[in-house]
Design a protein around this ligand. Sequence first.
Ligand code: NDP
Length: 249
Amino acid sequence: MKFGLTGKVALVTGGTGGIGSAICEVLAEEGCKVATNYRSEEKLASLTDRMKDKGLGIAGFRCDITNDGECETLAQQVEEALGAVDILVNNAGITRDTTFRKMTGDKWRAVIDTNLNSAYNVTRPLIEGMMARGYGRIINISSINGQKGQIGQTNYSAAKAGLHGFTMALAQEVARKGVTVNTVSPGYVATDMVMAVPENIRNAIIAQIPVGRLGEPAEIARLIAYLASDSAAFVTGADISINGGQHMG
Ligand code: NDP
């Protein structure tokens, strides 16, 4: 325990995924009571088992984060089960890559809904309580490709850049109430998604990373634990890159 998070309640969206599960684990190790949404019972069971093996707990609630009504219910269920939410990590996300000329409305909207509109859906029911209690930590997971753009990702880059606009505006609105809002922009991380990329392409990506390797999910998670802590009270409205030096701006 390094970050003084004992007893804090954390909601991590997309906790069943590669980076989300590491965030859940590190926050639970730091003493948080951790909740996540899920869509697949199987993936939740696998996360629960992995955490249980390490002596850690996780509370799962079914919720599609593109649905605002379901997100209101999620907030109520988490607060009834674990208590008022102190830490929100808007982590769930998807890609639907294709060049803009081939970008269908469905691919565009799915990515904007999941990566950007979800931040509204999940944050809105929780923000009043955080402000009233005078404490809150909101961490939005963006991407290196929201900072620099990426061929084949107009939808994803737009959503992830938009997410940081949301961070900066909300950070200013809530700063006096003890609530911080930050963006974390990871580069390429060794999750199943990235490890499924053919080895030659993955090696070409790694060749562009000055530290010479992919990031580890736990490295992202430990940055989030710091941002969630009291020690990070003066960090707000920031977009923190964690990308092995691949993009510096
Ligand atoms: P994963 O695909 O492993 O996990 C994504 C998570 O989001 C899953 O739990 C998934 O649930 C959930 N999710 C997706 N859509 C919805 C939805 N509509 N409602 C509820 N839950 C949903 O991704 P990563 O762990 O790799 O990525 C996590 C975040 O980090 C994302 O925002 C991603 O954009 C960002 N990122 C990732 C990088 C990487 O290299 N991996 C690099 C930079 C940023 P389900 O399993 O049910 O689909």
